[in-house]
Design a protein around this ligand. Sequence first.
Ligand code: HEC
Ligand code: HEC
Ligand code: HEC
Ligand code: HEC
Ligand code: HEC
Ligand code: HEC
Length: 200
Amino acid sequence: MKYGSPVAVLTLLLFLFYPSFSNADDSCIECHRDLTPGIVGDWELSAHAENEIGCNECHGDDHKTAEDVANVGIPTLEVCAECHEDQVGQFRKGKHAIAWAVLHAMPTTHYKPMELISGMKGCGGCHKIGVKSEGEIQALKDAGETGFGIASCDACHTRHLFSAEEARQPQACQTCHMGFDHPQWEMYSTSKHGVRALLV
Ligand code: HEC
Ligand code: HEC
Ligand code: HEC
Ligand code: HEC
Ligand code: HEC
Ligand code: HEC
């Protein structure tokens, strides 16, 4: 036959176009759709899913079964920087980047009860937005801290939606910028700007 058998042509077409159809690792999504439906659901609504950035792009390929979960990659700023160099560069230059370091730089911190300052439940609940060293990340993992926040970025655009629109809302900052020590939220939300903005 002049153009080869239809089956061969079809196979060739599939071979050529399949990779551009999807780069996402479907096995992650299949298993996690039952296991963590909220995560898969948020990811499906995200700009990442739209652009075929699968789970494996951020978490790697070293974990594929229920038995090898310990090998999974938890993304650091460097992982986000592979595709968002500008935003990571800007973040590193800002004050949020030093938020983790200040906890250890303040002498009075040592006199507070550990429950208030250690891990992610105390000061870390907000200050986890800061950049952490490899050693600090390892220490958090060893302590069984699953509050995460290792990548910092998901403080304002929550995983796994990673939405710019969410981060633009004043409430994205409210979680941390409120209360007795730093009442930015109270000041803003009771000002004319805040009252008008929140009316919508
Ligand atoms: C056969 C099922 C299965 C497949 C396939 C699978 N996972 Fe998992 N995954 C699990 C289980 C089970 C856990 C542990 C859940 C728990 O402890 O609550 C887990 C946990 C995770 C965690 C959280 C780890 C932590 O420390 O909390 C991430 C991230 C993850 N998987 C990503 C992936 C990625 C990326 C892929 C594809 C490369 C993948 N998974 C494929 C079953 C699977
Ligand atoms: C393999 C590439 C890749 C990696 C790694 C990656 N992203 Fe993205 N991300 C994209 C693409 C592609 C888009 C859609 C186009 C754009 O907005 O740049 C996007 C969009 C976004 C957006 C904007 C979404 C919107 O609503 O417009 C945010 C926020 C974001 N990513 C955060 C992150 C964070 C945080 C990490 C690390 C935990 C990360 N990304 C890792 C490729 C990546
Ligand atoms: C996860 C908690 C968290 C979120 C969410 C958060 N911040 Fe912050 N922010 C902090 C911490 C902690 C610091 C103090 C960092 C330092 O100096 O060590 C800070 C510092 C700042 C500063 C510098 C203040 C100063 O006195 O120098 C500004 C400005 C700021 N944040 C704005 C924002 C805005 C705007 C948003 C929302 C888009 C936001 N932050 C969301 C925790 C957060
Ligand atoms: C509710 C969120 C939250 C908690 C919890 C929190 N902080 Fe903060 N912290 C912030 C924010 C937001 C700022 C920056 C805004 C400001 O200074 O008004 C800040 C600023 C600081 C600064 C000044 C940093 C600088 O660069 O000048 C220090 C030091 C600090 N916090 C230490 C602590 C300690 C120690 C704890 C625990 C006892 C703690 N924080 C708990 C949100 C928090
Ligand atoms: C754009 C990067 C990115 C993509 C894509 C991504 N994740 Fe994540 N994932 C994160 C970040 C960041 C965290 C929080 C890690 C931290 O800071 O400790 C996380 C945490 C997790 C966790 C731990 C549980 C938790 O608290 O959220 C699981 C499970 C998980 N991801 C599964 C998945 C699955 C399944 C997919 C695909 C449907 C996926 N992730 C896609 C960045 C990503
Ligand atoms: C303090 C809150 C905050 C943190 C932390 C944060 N972002 Fe954003 N991000 C925003 C806001 C607000 C926007 C929307 C900016 C706009 O509309 O001009 C945004 C927008 C984006 C976008 C869309 C493109 C753009 O630049 O407008 C990407 C991609 C992004 N962020 C990635 C990241 C990454 C990667 C990190 C971690 C290094 C990160 N963000 C940390 C608040 C944050």
